[in-house]
Design a protein around this ligand. Structure first.
Ligand code: GLN
Length: 205
C-alpha cells in the first residue's frame, strides 16, 4: 500500500483494450504515476483508475475473463476515483440502453447511457466543447461511436454539453467523458482528474 505519501498518486489504466498508452502519457504529463491494470492485485495497488474507450461489450467480456468484475465493484464501492471515457463511461453507468443483455453496468456513476447513441462509426465526429471548469479555449472533443447520456442522476454535475446533450460529467469521485481526451492533444481533462488526487486520494486510504 502507499509507500511514501509524498509520491504522486498512482493511477492505474485498465489495460485490456483501448488507448492505454495515450492515457498513461496524458496522466503522467498531469503529474501522476501510472501502471497498467490487468489483475486484481494490480487494481489493489492503485489510488485511482482510468477506464479507456474501446468496445464496452468486449471490455465486459475481458473484465470477466481477467477476474476483475468483483474486484472492480469492490474498489468502486470503496470510493476509487475513476476517469472513464467513452466505453469506460458505459461501464461505469447505472443503466445501458441498446446494450447487450450480458454487458456490465458497474453502476458507480448515476447515469443512464445509450450505447452508440450518436450512430455508427461513420457518424464519429469532432466538436469544440465549451467547458467552463476548464476555461478557454474550447476543448477538442473527439467522439467515436460515442454513447449518449439519457439520464443524469442527482449529485452528478454536467461539465459540458454538445448540442444540448451532456458529454462530460462528474460526481466528485468520477469523471466520465463521452469522447476521447487521450487523443485530443489537450491534457486539461487529465489534469482536472489528477490534480485533486494529489491532495485527496492518499489521505483517503
Ligand atoms: N461504441 C462503443 C461501445 O459500445 C464505445 C466506443 C468508444 O469507446 N470509442 O462500447
Amino acid at each position: 500500500m502507499p509507500e511514501d505519501p509524498s509520491l504522486p498518486p498512482l493511477v492505474g489504466v485498465l489495460a485490456l483494450q483501448g488507448d492505454v498508452r495515450e492515457h498513461r502519457a496524458a496522466l503522467e504529463a498531469a503529474g501522476a504515476r501510472t501502471a497498467g491494470v490487468r489483475t486484481a492485485a494490480e487494481l489493489d495497488e492503485v489510488d485511482a483508475l482510468a477506464i479507456p474507450g474501446g468496445e464496452s461489450t468486449t471490455l465486459s467480456r475481458l473484465i470477466r475473463a481477467f477476474g476483475l468484475e468483483e474486484p472492480l465493484r469492490r474498489r468502486l464501492a470503496e470510493g476509487l476515483p475513476c476517469l472513464a471515457t467513452c466505453a469506460g463511461m458505459i461501464l461505469l453507468s447505472r443503466r445501458i440502453l441498446d446494450g447487450r443483455p450480458e454487458q456490465l453496468a458497474l453502476g458507480a456513476l448515476d447515469l443512464d447511457v445509450r450505447r452508440n447513441g450518436y450512430g455508427r462509426q461513420v457518424d464519429s465526429f469532432e466538436a469544440a466543447l465549451e467547458v467552463p471548469e476548464l476555461g478557454e479555449p474550447a476543448f477538442p472533443g473527439v467522439f467515436i461511436r460515442a454513447p449518449v447520456v439519457e439520464r443524469v442522476g442527482e449529485g452528478v454535475t454536467v461539465l459540458a454539453r454538445h448540442e444540448g446533450r451532456p458529454v462530460a460529467l462528474a460526481d466528485g469521485r468520477h469523471l466520465a467523458l463521452a469522447f476521447h481526451p487521450e487523443i485530443s492533444g489537450d491534457g486539461r481533462f487529465h489534469r482536472h482528474f489528477v490534480e485533486p488526487l494529489c491532495s485527496n486520494s492518499r489521505s483517503a486510504r
